[in-house]
Design a protein around this ligand. Structure first.
Ligand code: 13P
Ligand code: SF4
Length: 312
């Protein structure tokens, strides 16, 4: 691989030549976000995938996101720069365990967080993301019992917000569970003028002390609308790139993780598996491609479309 090759420029040219669109999540590496056509949260990315007229979708995100794009676009080529970009939360809900759980509660409606596999979506009545979960749950008649999967932290947050009695699946995200409350309080005491904002995949004790809880895009909107000198941000550190662009004068401090790692903050190793070079190669070679078996894709499309309709 010749080091002098300008990957950014090559990607721009390949996108044009192949009528491809590059969709990137806020947790992607900054250099990928910079070359993407759209950068957003899980809902925004599904909406962008649903309306694109490109022939090829390169999904700079994790597997379940690219899979959702493929379900929405069965005839298009959907590429993921690295197939090993998985998700601990999606993995915490294997279909062979979830199927009997759903069967054992036939009167329950199944609402699943988009961070799950296509097989799990195929077993669901509604899909939601962190930015529309309250809206989706409010659209379900109050008398209907609900199974919420796979994220137990988002689930208990939603129970608190809606007062609904929901059966929760015991899944979680390793990145959001890594925030350390003691270190966070210590940091806050050093910066008492800062506001704490957190993603609802974080544990209850983190959410309890947060001034604002929201999805990645909602957190960015919040800091834009509430100018402050400092914010402590409890979600994957990749969000800081876009957030800082929106509020250049604000000090953004990543919330500390339990164990010190190289960046002393929380990074999703799955999200960071994608690199600019892999993105270039995948666009150039049109591989690796995401495939979803037709029967599963057809079933999974129903709750995804319900979500998109309710999110307009
Ligand atoms: P949102 O971008 O929808 O807030 O989700 C965060 C996340 O964990 C994606 O994997
Ligand atoms: Fe999955 Fe957590 Fe990474 Fe999001 S941050 S992709 S939920 S492991």
């Amino acid at each position: 691989f010749t080091p002098e090759i300008d990957l950014h420029q090559e990607i721009l040219e390949l996108k044009k030549k192949k009528n491809a669109v590059l969709l990137a999540h806020f947790y992607q590496r900054p250099e990928i976000q910079e070359v993407a056509d759209y950068v957003g949260d899980s809902l925004g990315l599904s909406q962008a995938a649903a309306k694109t007229d490109a022939d090829i979708i390169v999904f700079a995100g994790v597997h379940f996101m690219a899979e959702t794009a493929k379900i929405l676009n069965p005839t298009k080529k959907v590429l993921l720069p690295d197939l090993s970009a998985g998700c601990s939360l999606a993995d915490s809900c294997p279909p062979e365990a979830f199927r009997p759980f759903v069967k054992a509660h036939p009167e329950h409606l199944v609402v699943t967080y988009i961070n799950c596999s296509a097989e799990i979506k195929a077993l669901s009545d509604y899909v939601c993301t962190s930015s529309n979960a309250l809206k989706i749950i409010s659209a379900i008649p109050k008398t209907a019992p609900i199974i919420f999967a796979p994220d137990k932290n988002l689930g208990s947050y939603l129970i608190g917000q809606t007062g609904r009695d929901m059966l929760l699946w015991e899944g979680s995200c390793i990145v959001h569970e890594a925030f350390c409350i003691d270190k966070l309080l210590e940091l806050y005491h050093k910066h008492p003028d800062a506001l704490i904002i957190a993603h609802p995949e974080s544990e209850e004790h983190i959410l309890k002390i947060a001034n604002y809880v929201g999805s990645t895009s909602a957190m960015i909107t919040y800091v834009k609308r509430h100018p402050r000198e400092k914010y402590i941000v409890a979600t994957e550190a990749g969000i800081l790139h876009e957030m800082q662009k929106e509020v250049p004068g604000t000090i953004l401090i990543p919330a500390p993780a339990v164990e010190d790692n190289s960046c002393a903050c929380s990074e999703c190793a799955f999200m960071k598996t994608n690199t600019l070079e892999k993105t270039y190669r995948c666009l150039r070679d049109e591989t690796p491609e995401i495939k979803v078996p037709e029967t599963i894709a057809k079933k999974a499309l129903v709750p995804i479309e319900r979500m998109l309709k309710l999110s307009k």
